[in-house]
Every structure is written in C-alpha cells, then in structure tokens.
Design a protein around this ligand. Structure first.
Ligand SMILES: [Zn+2]
Length: 103
C-alpha cells in the first residue's frame, strides 16, 4: 500500500489555503484596525477566521488519514512533495521508502 498522491495534494492545498487565509485575514484586520481605531473587530472577521480554521483542520485531517507511513503508520512531518515526481524520502520511524501510489 502506498500513499495517495491525489489526497496528499488535496490535503496540502487545504492546509495552505487555511494558513494563507489566516495571514490574509490578519493583514485585513490590521488595515481595518488602522482605519477605525481601537474598536471591537467586526463579525465577518470571526466568521472568516473560523472558516479558514476549519479548512486548515480539514486539510490536516486529510493528510492524517491518507498520508501516513504505509508500513508503520507514523505520521511524518517531512513528506515527499506530491507535486514532484521521483522524490524519495524515508519514514523517520521505520525507515521505509515513502512513495505515492502512481510512482
Ligand atoms: Zn514507517
């Protein structure tokens, strides 16, 4: 059994979207704060924040579900990039070669 490249891509896109959303939201928040002075944040910031947080969590969930070591089940932080072909990394726990299903 190998890791699913399709899900590795989806999971990563979700995590990156979530993080980018947080950064973007932080910037918007600062600009907003600069414009209106020290007032309580508007509701949409919290709604947006919760949304991006949910996307990020879902991304981690997908990576957790589909991108663990096929041999020992360890979740390696350093995974081969799903966009690069032929990149070979080894599991930090058991040392097995980590590959995607179509390589
Ligand atoms: Zn392993």
């Amino acid at each position: 059994m190998r890791m699913s490249r399709k899900w590795a891509r989806r999971g990563r896109v979700m995590v990156y979207t979530g993080i980018a959303g947080w950064i973007g939201m932080g910037l918007l928040h600062l600009i907003d704060l600069h414009g209106r002075g020290p007032q309580p944040a508007s509701d949409w910031i919290w709604v947006l924040g919760a949304l991006f947080f949910a996307v990020m969590l879902a991304g981690w969930g997908v990576l957790w579900r589909y991108c663990r070591c096929p041999h020992c089940g360890a979740w390696n932080i350093r995974m081969p990039s799903p966009w690069k072909r032929g990149e070979a990394l080894h599991c930090t726990r058991c040392g097995v070669r980590l590959e995607y299903d179509d390589t």
